[in-house]
Design a protein around this ligand. Structure first.
Ligand SMILES: [Fe+2]
Length: 219
């Protein structure tokens, strides 16, 4: 469920909004880190690129999973075609903004200046605008209905297909979802993945994320 316009979650009904919360956290982190970028620091630029790689990867996969796995299942279950088509249009706009931000952010290591960091910050803010609006729309108009469909065979199969599509990536995924997560986000994650499995994934396969990316936000 969505709270105010800041996107505060009060309760997660599905994994979808747990993932959205991680996207929102990262937008804020990039904004803060790029605003404070130390002029001339190639080292900081490389750290931010490592975090950006993960962000772009997670964003691509999340939206691809929706378009190719979840939404077809929702349509089969009777979801409003015009809604998934509107959301699909928002994905296209989001991908264009992501491509632009990707190009601008990746200029930073070659020229790790405050000016380039400011360009990158503006491009990420543009992406943020499109993305936040899309996430809010999805949460308001699709999530309440889709949450009631989670126990259907179609949705069970869809979740299985997503797990299969991302085999070998669960550690990074879980570590990313846990990084800076609010208690309700952690609770939401553990509704979807049993708590002991979350712990194991975060501890060993999630080590790469924790060591190389979570550290970017604490340095
Ligand atoms: Fe989406």
């Amino acid at each position: 469920m969505r709270g105010d316009e800041g996107g505060l979650m009060t309760e997660h009904l599905t994994m979808n909004t747990v993932i959205h919360a991680a996207f929102r956290r990262d937008l804020t982190r990039f904004d803060t880190a790029l605003a404070a970028f130390p002029d001339g620091s190639r080292e900081r630029a490389d750290q931010l690129i490592a975090a950006w790689d993960n962000y772009a990867h997670q964003l691509h996969h999340h939206h691809q999973d929706e378009e190719t796995i979840f939404w077809p299942a929702f349509r089969e279950l009777g979801a409003d075609e015009s809604l998934t088509s509107d959301l699909g249009g928002e994905h296209a706009r989001m991908l264009a903004a992501l491509e632009h931000a990707d190009e601008v952010v990746r200029r930073l290591p070659g020229d790790p200046s405050s000016a380039r960091a400011a360009d990158a910050r503006a491009a990420v803010a543009q992406l943020g605008e499109v993305l936040l609006e899309h996430l809010a729309h999805e949460e308001a108009d699709l999530e309440p209905w889709s949450a009631t469909m989670m126990d259907t065979p179609q949705m069970k199969a869809a979740r299985g297909a997503v797990r299969k599509a991302h085999q070998g990536e669960s550690g990074t995924f879980v570590a990313w979802l846990l990084d800076g997560a609010a208690p309700e986000d952690v609770a939401g994650l553990k509704r979807e993945i049993p708590a002991p499995v979350v712990t194991v994934l975060n501890t060993i396969p999630g080590r790469h994320y924790r060591k190389n990316i979570a550290s970017v936000w604490t340095s």
